[in-house]
Design a protein around this ligand. Structure first.
Ligand SMILES: [Zn+2]
Length: 138
């Protein structure tokens, strides 16, 4: 029996630039050209002013941990070999934008709220790199 495989992202057409950039290890998010606010997750219109003038730009990749949990038990799945692992919401340096992600590159017990982190790309398969975050370099 084959081991379960991890799910792959379902890519909506308007999110394709995000995944194409991630594949090249570039981290981009959207910004509204009308109200100037940053936007994540990818959308076809600004959630703040409903303008469709949303543009892509390179984000810094810097963030802080807003909240997190450590997964130490799980139903049989493709994620069992990763345990324990950290699921977190990080706040990007670009104000007002949060992202659901994993914290990697440190022990789960070393993760703290407000900890500075930086984006790192983890290869899922030949089509996808997943943006994750690790403790920021000092
Ligand atoms: Zn807007």
């Amino acid at each position: 029996m084959d081991a379960p495989k991890k799910p792959v992202p379902v890519v909506n057409p308007w999110a394709k630039p995000f995944w194409d950039a991630a594949k090249e290890e570039r981290f981009i998010i959207q910004k509204c050209a009308d109200c100037g606010k940053y936007i994540f997750y990818p959308r076809i219109a600004c959630p703040h002013c409903f303008s469709d003038a949303v543009e892509w730009f390179p984000a810094s990749g810097r963030a802080t941990v807003y909240t997190y949990t450590v997964v130490e038990s799980n139903a049989p799945s493709a994620f069992i070999a990763d345990m324990p692992y950290v699921i977190a919401v990080v706040r990007l340096e670009e104000g007002g934008v949060q992202m659901l992600t994993n914290i990697v590159g440190c022990k789960p017990e070393d993760v703290r709220c407000d900890m500075p982190v930086e984006v790192v790309f983890e290869k899922l398969n030949d089509d996808f790199n997943l943006p994750k975050f690790r403790p920021a370099a000092k």
